[in-house]
Every structure is written in C-alpha cells, then in structure tokens.
Ligand binder design. Structure first.
Ligand code: NI
Length: 178
C-alpha cells in the first residue's frame, strides 16, 4: 500500500521520533509497515524514507539506491531497513552534494555531510546491523536519520543560496554536469 507522505509544515516532520519496541518488530502489522514504506519510497523514486515522513513518529527508515532518475550519478545501495539507528561519525570531512526530500517536493539544495559514518541499528527481523558507509551512501543515511530527530536537509545547508526549484536545477545544474 502506498502511504501518504507528510510535507514540511506538518508537525510530524519536526517532531523527534520514538524508539521502536523490539518485540514489535516481528509483528504482522510492523512487517506490513516496512513493506508499505518500501513501496512508497519506490512510488516516489526516493532513495530513502523515514517513518515521520509517513506520519509515524517511530525511529525507522528504509533506504535503497538502484539506478534512480532523481540521482542519475549515484552509486547503488542495497535495500536496507534501519530501526532505532545510531550514527557515529568516522570521518569529519564534509562533502558537499545536492539533495532533495520527498517532504520538500520539487526542491534541491547543496548540503555538506560527513564523508564516512558508522550506523548501528536493528534490521528487518530485529537482527543487529553495523554498517560503515562513505560518500553518497553515508549521505543518504545521514539524511534519513536526521528525519528521526525532526531535522531536514535545509537545517544542514550553509545558507539558502543554492536552494533551487527542481525545474531550474535541471536546466542550470544537471544539464551542465553532462
Ligand atoms: Ni527527506
């Protein structure tokens, strides 16, 4: 089932999410929610989706990068479920790249992110995950885990000068990269 996406301005996007109860993970309803989040992410060509973006204040996010029309140059990332994730920065170096967000439709902005991180979390079946990620993979994880703190990419930008409407970004940024 495709879920309705909350946009910036809905209080749920700005509210820190609560931890998922571990015993809840293997329930039918929770597993269905995971499937619905993946389906919703695919429907809107997102590379990640956090529970607050579908009106649920839970520390849960999904991410996956295949070949994605929204991010044509991005390397692939396997489908990953992050439940109660904790991020540790492994390389403080900041890397700047464009980001968008399904909760801030039709916009793009340049966001500095840590180059390398470690995320520990529970996976789809409650198993412990430890994932080291760099560059775009690390960026997606930082973007999604920010959502669980009620933060969005706009908060991470060094000012708003690069903030661009998607159609203009495609004309003036994306076309010049080719
Ligand atoms: Ni987002």
């Amino acid at each position: 089932m495709i879920l309705k996406v909350a946009r910036l301005g809905h209080p749920v996007v700005r509210t820190p999410a609560q931890p998922v109860a571990v015993e809840q993970i293997r329930t039918h309803d929770f597993q269905k929610l995971l499937d619905d989040m993946v389906e919703t992410m695919h429907e809107y060509n997102g590379v990640g989706l956090a529970a607050p973006q579908v009106h649920l204040g839970l520390q849960l996010a999904v991410l996956e990068v295949e070949s994605n029309p929204r991010y044509p140059d991005a390397p692939s990332v396997p489908l990953t479920y992050l439940i109660n994730p904790v991020v540790t920065v492994l390389d403080e170096t900041k890397v700047e790249e464009w980001e968008g967000c399904l909760s801030i439709p039709e916009m793009r902005g340049v966001v500095p992110r840590h180059k390398k991180i470690l995320v520990t979390a529970l996976g789809r079946n409650g198993e412990r995950l430890e994932i080291q990620a760099e560059d775009f993979h690390a960026r997606v994880i930082q973007h999604e885990t920010d959502h669980l703190k009620g933060e969005v990419y706009l908060d991470r930008m060094d000012g708003m000068r690069t903030l661009s409407h998607l159609a203009e970004w495609q004309r003036f940024v994306m076309n010049q990269r080719r």
